[in-house]
Write a protein that binds this ligand. Sequence first.
Ligand SMILES: Cc1cc2nc3c(=O)[nH]c(=O)nc-3n(C[C@H](O)[C@H](O)[C@H](O)COP(=O)(O)OP(=O)(O)OC[C@H]3O[C@@H](n4cnc5c(N)ncnc54)[C@H](O)[C@@H]3O)c2cc1C
Length: 472
Amino acid sequence: MANEYDVIIIGAGPGGYVAAIRAAQLGLKVAVVEKQKALGGTCLLWGCIPTKALLEHAHALKVVQHAREWGVTVGEAAIGIDMAQVQARKDKIVTVLTRGIEFLFKKNKIDWIKGTARLAGHGGVDVFEGDTQTLRARREIVVATGSAARGVPGVAIDRKRIITSDEAISLREVPNAIAIMGSGAVGVEFASIFRRFGSDVTLFELLPRLVPVEDEAVSAELEKSFRRQRIACHTGAKVTAARADAAGVDVDAQLADGRTQTIRVDYLLVAVGRGPVTTGLEAERAGLELDGGYVKVDAQYRTAVPGISAIGDVITFGAPGHPQLAHVASAEGVITAERIGGRDVRTLNYDHVPGCTYCDPEIGSVGLTEQDARARGYDVRVGTFPFSALGRARIAGEIEGFVKIVADGTHDGVLGVHLIGPRSTELVAEATLALRLECTVEKLARTIHAHPTMAEAVGEAAHAVHGAAIHM
Ligand SMILES: Cc1cc2nc3c(=O)[nH]c(=O)nc-3n(C[C@H](O)[C@H](O)[C@H](O)COP(=O)(O)OP(=O)(O)OC[C@H]3O[C@@H](n4cnc5c(N)ncnc54)[C@H](O)[C@@H]3O)c2cc1C
């Protein structure tokens, strides 16, 4: 039957589309239902790719702003940013990448059913908007419907002046002033983008420090750098109300010292986290167990209903803390496809998931923070090496930040690596491999790092754990 498949996947984000390709590679007949006009989900359309494109523009502007230092002559014209060109370039990158997934679907004979899906029971999936039809899964349905930006009480998102990241990526003008609620990865990335483009930026963070999931030393370093860049950082501060009109927004906040403050900005960006997307899916009617809207799964992504799995941003294991990251969704997609395809699969170790924040300076981290390691009772040893002591960082003119290694003094094991500074989002790959291979600090230190590279900072930080860093 034309509408019968081995696997039907709902959602073509980095969870769903990767699961589809892996399942097809294993010889399964696969359909993906996706309601957007393009494949790739949040990651390609509104998340990872567009934001990193904007950050790359910000970096290019930073280099040109320092043209004299680099000996580059740019004439007398004022240096600025052309938002029409920024948006055009960003949109082109997104289009090329989404079409790339379409090509991969064709190559792997995966059917893209264009429409909105709901679970119909007994292996059925109703596509009720778009290419309406009922599909049937012989083996498994995979829910990969992702997440959407969340709001907070008292702050009504109107998507014009009080916006989410979905709107922020497409602003056609540089705001004179923007306030950002939330200093997680999304909040601080946009703070870096708009500050570099020339906006006055005010960050409000409810918790006592910026990027609260990171190691405390990283948070402190980022705040120091942001203050130097004249980004106003209010930690321990609560936005209590926001009133938008045609020209801007009045934002009321209660600051850490109890004072209240009202600021007038062009936009308020709400970046307080993301919630699961299950609307229209009729998940509960199909028997799925939900927890705060998230789909509950076991360690192999099976839901409460045999024959239905779920992966990516939409899932929970019941305890808080499932990371909402593209590479996590993809890793879960591969494991799920392999399980459905009859392969033996290993469960993911979520302590080994790298996290990257592409603000300026960049942050990369993997494993336990120093605080987590102490809380788990390890005999903690720490080694830190600053980029200011590194030749390659001096050459790049990027000397903020450090590499910090958290180690277990008893067995010399690497527990966590926390980087802030140039290329940290690339350097974290070595750290991730070190954790994955259960590398000792000694082995990491004795690994030869090419000179002059930023990666030398990782080797030096490992030596520093043993009090033996050379260039410090
Ligand atoms: C601004 C921003 C920046 C980010 N930057 C990064 C980053 O740098 N690195 C990183 O790792 N992560 C980043 N993320 C997070 C990352 O985008 C998500 O973790 C990832 O996209 C989750 O993948 P997913 O497949 O679970 O869901 P999604 O990517 O959200 O995809 C779900 C898809 O399902 C579709 N869908 C939903 N319901 C239905 C239905 N009923 N029928 C049919 N289709 C449906 C949606 O249209 C969507 O296309 C960022 C997120 C944001 C918002």
